[in-house]
Design a protein around this ligand. Structure first.
Ligand SMILES: [Zn+2]
Length: 412
């Protein structure tokens, strides 16, 4: 099996952190000067590893293996949140680079191809997963022309400034890349709490979010008798409690639901609230269960509307995200590699956060591997992972990559 060079891996990760470093964290939002500098550095490191590199018209950095035949596509993102951690995304990209190097350095695996990608703007500075969606042909030129960040900085202008505008945009070729592996920090505390070091991801959870609005009648809290009130606040509280109870009965092992906002209008101690609203969001790796959650809360809303006196309406918020199952065969290779490198020290688990793998999964089989996040913290400067875990995760990826590409080539 190929051996990765742990020191080289850590050195590259730390060099990449230096682009935008703020203490242990990083500020390297998409297409800022420092992001562009880091992409040019990454492209150079890929070239030194013997990969054929392009930075395409949307800023995706893609290094392709010189090995013939199918290549495993590995990658993630190197842009960060406005206050980001040093490993979120960056780790998966540098894993790809190190795995490509490790495979090419071992004569037994030198013929096995790994292509490496850093997808532009996973963190949503200009839009949703712009780089990976572009790679699947899902981003029309008009979307780039219209895309702006919160400060009004245009994506098209930023690409022109970087010198990337006008270049062709790379497009996935499923024959060359029949599968994708994205390694990532967990960004939660499940691995740490279970005392395991590697997570083999089973699915990226689906997300559904709704706004529930309650129309009652605003009135005096002292003179309005209880029987004639149309109290939007009480209607909200009763329904929220019943939804919580119903979800408790349907929940799976990793279901989460959140009522992230509850607001009463006008919100005063002496006024019966005439209007109330709340956000309800739920996430689960199983689409069938997502359907049951939605049916359950819609039935409770219908029941409450039939009983009156407050009228409740439901409005979906944002896009409905369906769960992305990870490919079973790729999972089996990663699990076998994890068992070889960390016997008994790995688990299967879903991803509660979205990733580029969700997009790439539209066209080819995808897979993900997690390493523990210390304290379950991410999207914060303090985000970190033990160096031993960073190295172990990369070794598992190298072994998994060799197994996967050998399998495609029909070798033993
Ligand atoms: Zn990420």
């Amino acid at each position: 099996m190929p051996r990765i060079n742990g020191q080289r891996l850590l050195d590259d990760l730390k060099t990449l952190r230096a682009y935008g470093a703020t203490g242990n964290g990083v500020v390297r939002t998409s297409l800022t000067d420092i992001d562009i500098e880091s992409r040019n550095w990454l492209a150079e490191r890929m070239k030194e590893a013997g990969l054929a590199v392009t930075i395409d018209g949307i800023g995706n950095v893609i290094g392709r293996s010189p090995a013939s035949g199918p290549a495993l596509l590995m990658g993630s993102h190197t842009d960060t949140q406005p206050e980001g951690g040093w490993l979120d995304g960056a780790m998966g990209v540098i894993y790809g680079l190190e795995v490509a190097r490790a495979l090419s350095e071992d004569p037994k695996t030198a013929g096995l191809g790994v292509d490496v990608a850093s997808w532009m703007d996973e963190e949503g500075t200009f839009g949703i997963c712009m780089g990976s969606r572009s790679f699947l042909g899902q981003v029309p030129d008009g979307e780039i022309a219209r895309a702006k960040d919160v400060d009004g900085r245009g994506m098209a202008e930023s690409l022109a400034k970087a010198g990337y505008a006008g270049r062709p945009r790379d497009r996935l070729d499923p024959k060359r890349n029949p599968g994708y592996l994205e390694a990532h920090i967990e960004q939660g505390g499940h691995l740490e709490n279970s005392g395991k070091r590697i997570g083999v991801v089973t699915a990226i959870v689906g997300i559904r979010t709704f706004r529930l609005a309650f129309e009652g009648a605003q009135n005096h809290a002292g003179t309005t008798p209880m029987p004639i009130r149309k109290d939007a606040g009480m209607a909200l509280v009763r329904l929220a409690y019943r939804i919580d109870e119903a979800f408790e009965a349907i929940k799976g092992e990793r279901t989460v639901w959140t009522m992230g906002r509850i607001a009463l209008h006008p919100g005063s101690h002496s006024i019966v609230p005439g209007f109330a609203d709340m956000f309800l969001q739920f996430r689960d790796p199983d689409e069938g269960r997502m359907e049951r959650f939605e049916a359950a809360f819609r039935a409770l809303v219908a029941e409450a509307n039939a009983a009156g006196p407050v009228a409740i309406s439901i409005e979906p918020k944002g896009e409905k995200i369906t769960p992305t199952p990870m490919d079973e065969a790729l999972q089996a290779h990663i699990a076998a590699a994890a068992e070889a490198d960390a016997p008994g020290n790995w688990i299967h688990m879903p991803s509660g956060a979205g990733h580029d793998a969700m997009i790439i999964g539209d066209e080819i089989p995808v897979s993900m591997l997690f390493v523990p996040s210390i304290g379950g913290v991410s999207h914060d400067f303090s985000e970190d992972t033990a160096e031993d875990d960073i190295i172990l995760g990369c070794q598992v990826c190298a072994d998994a990559a060799a197994r996967i590409v050998r399998g495609w080539k029909g070798g033993g």
